[in-house]
Design a protein around this ligand. Structure first.
Ligand code: ZN
Length: 198
C-alpha cells in the first residue's frame, strides 16, 4: 500500500482489521472518513470509545449492556422462569425482533469447539448453572445449528437434565451453520414454537 501516505495507509490498515471489511471496503471507508467534517469524525471516534469503555456484561444474563442489569432482565413483565440460551448478543437481538418471546436470556459468548480449543470453561456456562439454582421452569437452547452449536446444546442438556429443569431445543428450521442474526423473524418464531424437549 505504498501509493498512500503513512497516515492514510494506517487508517486503511486499522479499518481492514475489522470483520467483514476487505481492503477495498477499507479504502472506501478511509476516504469517506477523510472527507467527513471534523466534528463528525470526532463524534464517531468518541462514540466508539465511550461504547467500548461503558459497555459491560449484564450481571444476570451476560448480554452486553451499559448498566448493571440489561433492560430485559430489569423488566418485571418478562417471564424470568424461562431462559433462552443463545451464543451472542446479536442472536438475542434477533429473537427480540420477533416480539413474541416473553422469557429472559442467557448469553454464552461463544460455543464449545474442540477443533478451535474452546471448552465449556471458555463460555458463560458456569454462570448459567449458577442461575439455575433460582426458580427456573424451562431452559430453551437456541445455539446455532452448526457443529459447535449442536455440541454445546448437547453438553448443556446433559448438565441440566439431572437438576429436573425442562430443557428444550429450538426446531431445526434454522439452516445449518446459519448465523441466527441473518435469519428472518418468521423462521425464528417457527423454530421457537416448534422446539422439542430434550
Ligand atoms: Zn440481562
Amino acid at each position: 500500500m505504498d501509493y498512500y501516505s503513512r497516515q492514510i495507509s494506517k487508517l486503511i490498515e486499522e479499518l481492514s482489521s475489522l470483520p467483514g471489511i476487505g481492503s477495498k471496503s477499507a479504502q472506501r471507508l478511509a476516504f469517506h472518513i477523510l472527507n467527513m467534517p471534523i466534528e463528525h469524525v470526532e463524534q464517531l471516534s468518541s462514540t466508539i470509545l465511550e461504547a467500548r469503555e461503558k459497555v459491560r456484561y449484564c450481571q444476570s444474563c451476560y448480554t452486553l449492556t451499559d448498566d448493571a442489569l440489561c433492560p430485559i432482565c430489569k423488566n418485571a413483565n418478562r417471564d424470568h422462569k424461562t431462559i433462552m440460551v443463545v451464543e451472542n448478543s446479536r442472536d438475542l437481538a434477533a429473537y427480540e425482533k420477533t416480539n413474541k418471546y416473553e422469557g429472559v436470556y442467557h448469553v454464552l459468548h461463544g460455543a464449545i469447539s474442540p477443533m478451535l480449543g474452546i471448552g465449556p470453561g471458555d463460555i458463560k456456562l458456569k454462570e448459567l448453572m449458577q442461575r439455575l439454582q433460582e426458580d427456573v421452569d424451562e431452559v430453551i437452547i437456541a445455539t446455532n445449528s452448526s457443529l459447535e452449536g449442536e455440541t454445546t446444546a448437547m453438553y448443556i442438556s446433559k448438565l441440566i437434565k439431572p437438576i429436573g429443569i425442562t430443557v428444550s431445543r429450538i426446531a431445526s428450521g434454522v439452516p445449518v451453520g446459519g448465523d441466527l442474526e441473518y435469519i428472518d423473524e418468521m423462521t425464528l418464531l417457527r423454530a421457537l414454537e416448534g422446539r422439542t424437549e430434550l
